[in-house]
Design a protein around this ligand. Structure first.
Ligand code: AMP
Ligand code: MG
Length: 409
């Protein structure tokens, strides 16, 4: 059943990833602007964390050798967070200590309050259990050691990363320049939302959808608008995009219809390949280079445009942006119902993933799988990815599900 003129999805991805090299320009951003940016060189700690030995509990700092069961110790002072106790401590002395307070000199354990008994004026305690050395002490550098790599190159900074950087006193971070990505749509039938539709016209949804997805991806978007099926206009827009953009993404005009001027313009301008990718939706797909600008030609049907943006363009744009982790999460789930499928292309069906009462992950179809029906996406939370050669799926069979990436949420 496999059609040799179709390119498997994995191969399409591999071809692109092997061709595109990442942006080399870098810039420095301050922490409040760093969320979602991609780290350009490893961040190493300039501190030990914690910065000093401190107590993990409320209790008494002791010398473990003096704190065996039944021992009596004299309380010689108090150490609290922000208020260290710095005096020398005599034999059989101890210090009342609070969580986070530095461990006083020569003390090597903290006995928790519950394992002691204090006399009436709290000047003496009796130890109720042997206290092991190091007990309840958070040692200097035990979380992060000075010089240790805390964030590797290619990390997309998360909220947790920003907090971690702040905890190390790091105020700014070196990141890759954001890729600049131009988007336009082509088609005589397309009308911008807000304008009146005439007979035979439809609204240009792809440009808005794709730009929103790109904004989620954290690239700088250049909106080049909607173009008529006109060779000169399309050539001009492509020419403009190559002046200042790292990538250009179009939708429509890459199949074999009569009005596919995008294809003609591309053939004149650069080296772009037109692929028939073995995926459904999303078969027609174009990729290549126009001068120094990468080109992604997505299919015109809105669902196909979104799926190819998510599954094919997204990983390549992440790679271009310098990101290391570009693959998406995949799980196995049980089909809660039969799923129609024909061998020959890998399906990316819109599905609804949930956990049933028995705790099992199950998935069902979100509705019409037509590549023109965008509304099904709203009822879906994942793709059901069915292998190229797989036939119809029966209820109860295992399938691979890809929870929607942040681009589709
Ligand atoms: P094409 O590849 O240009 O032949 O387009 C395939 C289908 O997608 C046609 O039904 C187009 O009307 C539709 N289409 C193309 N571009 C868009 C767009 N920007 N927004 C919505 N539908 C589109
Ligand atoms: Mg068209």
């Amino acid at each position: 059943m496999s059609n040799p003129s179709l390119m498997p999805v994995e191969q399409a991805l591999e071809n692109m990833l092997n061709t595109v090299s990442k942006i080399t320009d870098k810039e420095t951003v301050e922490l409040p602007q760093a969320l979602g940016r991609i780290v350009n060189r490893p961040v190493n700690s300039t501190l030990d964390v914690p910065g000093y030995d401190n107590s993990a509990m409320d209790g008494y700092a002791v010398r473990s050798s003096e704190a065996s069961k039944g021992a009596s110790l004299t309380v010689v002072g108090v150490a609290a967070a922000g208020h260290p106790f710095n005096d020398d401590i005599p034999e059989n002395g101890c210090v009342r200590i609070m969580t986070g307070a530095p461990i006083p000199n020569s003390m090597d354990a903290v006995v928790i309050q519950e394992n002691t008994e204090a006399n009436s004026d709290h000047s003496e305690i009796t130890v109720l259990q042997d206290v092991p050395e190091n007990d309840n002490i958070r040692r200097r550098g035990s979380d992060i050691a000075l010089g240790e790599e805390v964030i590797p190159t290619g990390t997309r900074l998360s909220a947790v990363d920003i907090g971690l950087l702040a905890s190390l006193g790091i105020a700014e971070v070196a990141v890759f320049r954001k890729p600049k990505v131009a988007v336009f749509s082509t088609g005589d039938e397309l009308v911008a939302p807000g304008d009146k539709l005439k007979s035979g016209q439809i609204y240009d949804s792809n440009r808005y959808l794709l730009i929103a997805m790109l904004e989620k991806l954290g690239v700088d978007v250049v909106n080049l608008g909607r173009l008529n099926d006109d060779l000169d206009a399309i050539s001009q827009a492509l020419e403009d995009a190559t002046q200042s953009c790292d990538a250009v993404i179009t939708s429509g005009g890459v199949s074999v219809g009569d009005a596919d001027f995008t294809k003609m313009a591309l053939e004149q301008l650069g080296s772009v390949s037109f692929w028939k990718v073995a995926m459904k939706p999303g078969k027609p797909f174009a990729f290549g280079k126009l001068k120094n600008t990468w080109f992604f030609g997505l299919p015109g049907n809105p669902v196909a445009a979104a799926v190819t943006m998510d599954q094919l363009a997204q990983p390549v744009l992440k790679h271009l942006a310098g990101e290391k982790h570009i693959s998406s999460d995949a799980y196995q789930a049980v089909a809660a119902e039969g799923l129609k499928k024909r061998p020959g292309r890998a399906d990316f069906q819109r599905g609804w993933l949930e956990q049933n009462k028995a705790g099992q992950l199950t998935v069902s179809s979100a509705g019409s799988q037509s590549s023109a029906v965008l509304s099904t996406f709203r009822r879906a939370n994942c793709f059901i990815r069915l292998e190229q050669e797989r036939d119809t799926v029966k209820a109860g069979e295992e399938v691979t599900v890809l929870p929607f990436s942040t681009l589709l949420r």
